[in-house]
Design a protein around this ligand. Structure first.
Ligand SMILES: Nc1ncnc2c1ncn2[C@@H]1O[C@H](COP(=O)(O)OP(=O)(O)O)[C@@H](O)[C@H]1O
Ligand SMILES: [Mg+2]
Length: 286
């Protein structure tokens, strides 16, 4: 399996502060990579560096084999980015925004209309093409942004916190679309601070905290790292204690030693357990 994104020792500083601190990452071609971390962890900065939207202080980044410091233009052609704060023009219609992107990406004039129509149909936006961007709800705006980002047919799509601010139904619909894009062969780099989103979508996960990579692997790799079986118990003081074990047998043996006044639950370890255990905090915490 080939790695379409390779990041080694990446540092991005703002003044003295490293927003990204000696980060190593690998994203496998065709997979869905989830970059999980709390607010301020460095997710957006990482996406902006890899996608050549901003420079970096130290390290190396290759995209599709191109060193982005030496061949930014070649690398950029392989990537589409949907930033957290959508950068569509509010004063234009959906179609006009798409045309604008097609021109920016130098899509030959004869191909523009067809490509826009095909992509809009694909994401279900075909009935909304003459609406002003600002008249659309968050989910449909995201879809318009997705079409704009796919217009040059990139191999990799970055989605930075794509479902923040969407209601549950719009979020589920967007998940389906992201899965469809990935099934069609597009490598997805998704950032989120929602554990359930990463759990629902991603083949591989990187956990970032304070600019540093805490762990990387499949969700089950990460659970095995801390122990695949969790024992959760709380006693009279109301405090819940979590312990992790490599097997059910060991978890059962431990549970048998607990005082019978404790309420005990034995279950599979979740990605949330991994996050809390590895970073020492809850993901929604700042
Ligand atoms: N343009 C900037 N100038 C100064 N500091 C920044 C800038 N952008 C981000 N930071 C800081 O870098 C850190 C990482 O931010 P960011 O990458 O946006 O995190 P995330 O996307 O995970 O919430 C934060 O401490 C943030 O305040
Ligand atoms: Mg961010």
């Amino acid at each position: 399996m080939s790695d379409i994104i390779v990041v080694e020792g990446l540092v991005k500083k703002y003044g003295d502060k490293a927003a990204v601190d000696r980060l190593d990452l690998r994203v496998t071609k065709g997979k869905m990579f989830g970059f999980l971390g709390p607010n301020g962890a460095g997710k957006t900065t990482t996406v902006r560096v890899i996608s050549t939207l901003t420079d970096f202080s130290e390290g190396k980044v290759w995209v599709g084999g191109y060193d982005i410091a030496k061949k930014p233009r070649e690398a950029k052609k392989l990537m589409g980015v949907i930033q957290q704060h959508i950068s569509l023009d509010k004063d234009l219609t959906v179609r006009e925004n798409m045309m604008h992107h097609a021109m920016m990406h130098k899509i030959p004039p004869g191909d523009r209309k067809k490509r826009i129509e095909e992509l809009s149909l694909y994401v279900g936006l075909d009935g909304y093409m003459d609406r002003m961007i600002d008249s659309l709800s968050g989910g449909w705006k995201k879809r318009a942004a997705i079409v704009c980002s796919l217009i040059h047919e990139p191999e990799i799509l970055f989605l930075d916190e794509p479902t923040v601010g969407l209601d549950i139904q719009a979020r589920r619909l967007l998940w389906d679309l992201i899965r469809k894009l990935n099934d069609g062969g597009t490598t997805i780099f998704l950032t989120s601070h929602y554990i359930e989103e990463i759990e629902a979508l991603c083949d591989n996960v990187g956990i970032i905290d304070n600019g540093r990579l805490i762990a990387m692997g499949t969700p089950s790799d990460l659970c095995n790292k801390i122990g695949s079986t969790a024992v959760e118990y709380h006693g009279k003081d109301g405090r819940t204690v979590y312990r992790y074990f490599p097997s059910r047998g060991e978890a059962n043996d431990f549970a048998a030693t607990l005082d019978e006044t404790n309420t005990v639950l034995i279950r599979n370890t979740s990605l949330e357990d991994c996050f809390v255990e590895l970073t020492g905090k809850k993901v929604e915490e700042k």
